[in-house]
Each structure stands twice: as C-alpha cells, then as structure tokens.
Design a protein around this ligand. Sequence first.
Ligand code: AKB
Length: 320
Amino acid sequence: MILITGINGELGSALTKKLSQFKSEKIIGFDLSKPNENIKDLLYKTYKGDIRDSELIKKIFAENKIDTIYHLAAILSTEAEKKPYLAHSVNVDGFFNIINSINVKNVKFFFPSSIAVYHLNCNNKNIKITENDFCNPNNIYGCNKLYCEKLGSYFQNSHDTEFNIDFRSIRLSGIISAHSLPQGGTSDYAPEMIHNAIQKKDYTCFVRKDSCIPFIVMPDAVNAVIKLMHTNKANLTTDVYHIQSFSPTVDQIYEKLILYFPKFKLNYKVDKNRQKMVDSWPSQLNQQKAINDWDWKPEFNFDNAFEKYLIPKISEYYNK
Ligand code: AKB
C-alpha cells in the first residue's frame, strides 16, 4: 500500500495520476483538505488532517499496511520565509511524524528535496555543481529540506531502530506544470508567467530579468521520481540526487513566450527576499550521479517543453 502526503499539491496530484495507472498498488491520500476532484476517484482511501498531528499519522499507519511512502506535504520557500516557525513544524516535525509511525521493515520512502538547499554567490552561480557542493542554505525551507535528507539517511542506516527505511530523495528544480500552479514557492515566477501569457494576461515578475535557476516540467519530474523509486537499491551510490531539464533566464522565457503570444507584456516589481533566494540558488546542476545510477534523462528540453507540452496542454486546460 502506498501513502502519498500532500496529495492536493502539484506534485502530489500528478504523481497520484501516474501511479494509479500501474494499478498494482492501492494509494492512500493525505492532505489538509479532502482530495481534489481530479484525483479523488484514483484513491483507495483518504485521510484529511494536519501532518503535525502525530496521533492521526500513527492511526493511518496502524489502520493500513503501508510499505511505500511519498512524503510531499510541505510549506514552500516563499511562504516558509514569512512563517519560519510554522514552516519548521510542518516541514520537519511532519517529516518526523511519518518516520516515527512506520511499522513495517524496509519501507520505501521518497522525499522531494529542493535546490533551495544550495547557497552560491554571483562568482560561482554558473558552475555546474554536484550534490556535495554549496549545501549551506540561506532560507528556512532549504534548512528544513537539508535536515530531513539527513534524518532520512540516518534512519536508513541506523542499527538502533526497529524499522529501518529505504530512503530516496531528489533535490528538485523549479517545476512547471501545465495543469496547476504552485503555491508559496520562489520558482513560481516561471509557471506564473507562462500560464498568464497563455491566458493572454500580462504578468509582473518578482525577480530580475537575468535571474536564472534550473527548471523541469512536471511529466519529467514525475517520471524521475518513479524511476528512482523503481531502481535496484544496489545501483544507488547516494540517497540524494539532483536533477533538472533546462536553465532559462527570465528574459529567455519571455523571448520564447512572445514567439507564441506577441502581445504578451512582462513587467517587473522585484521582491528583494525572493530575489535573494533565487540569486543564491545554482543555475546549472551536474547530473552525472542520476545519469549513471538510474539512467536519468529528461524527455523535454527548453524548446520542446514549450512546443509539445506547455503551450498545447495549458491552452487546452484553459479552453476546457
Ligand atoms: C520553491 O520555490 O519553494 C520550490 C523549490 C525550488 O523547491 N519550487
């Protein structure tokens, strides 16, 4: 039985849709509110509640034989900066509640970490970094993610615990989905800009035009998570990988959009806190570990992501 927390989030919904196609395992969904219409029929069971509620989390594990977990529930980086104490308790205590409720051996545990764990400055921003470089986050969300990665590895290797886990994590780049918009993140400017342009609306961007971080489109992110979870453990040389598809500047996204929507207007109102985070995140990732260990390869690059996925699917979504 699979448990997915944060089922109504962007990744939660997309992952539910994909995993439900396999039909071999039942999916239990958990979120603060009842499941969205587009996924509710794909779930075997749902629980509504707060990830910080340790009694409820224990009850979910006691009532179901959960052997695979995708723990996605979290507060994203911009929201986390506004409410750091809340972010810590949701992102870290919530993670711990799940770990602490596991009641069978060798549970497979997927944890989405983030490029927010990195902190570069303008002199090294363009280096293709490896997973071991610059792990010194300047934001609470990045700190929470990095610490949970460490907890995951600890409980995987600890001989003192009764139920050690099979922990796997990906530091995801900014995700761009055709079917949803993120909430409370800092990489949100790219999906927001694209969705607005397609709806023929102007957009005011909260970071400078030269800002540049790695992105990935949702189908590639979902495929990567599933691929990592299905790779033989013996092939994995680390618990935590990072991946990306393309690294456009804001201006390059704009240039691409006006090819399709010549009237699209992009304005700027820079938010200094969000800019500071984006400036500290890498532009390029060295993905050699993911390529070597589990044959990672994105289907979409910058050009075909727009041509074959974003423009047609987002247009279809708003014209429904
Ligand atoms: C955010 O902006 O908070 C997330 C992330 C990069 O992890 N999208």
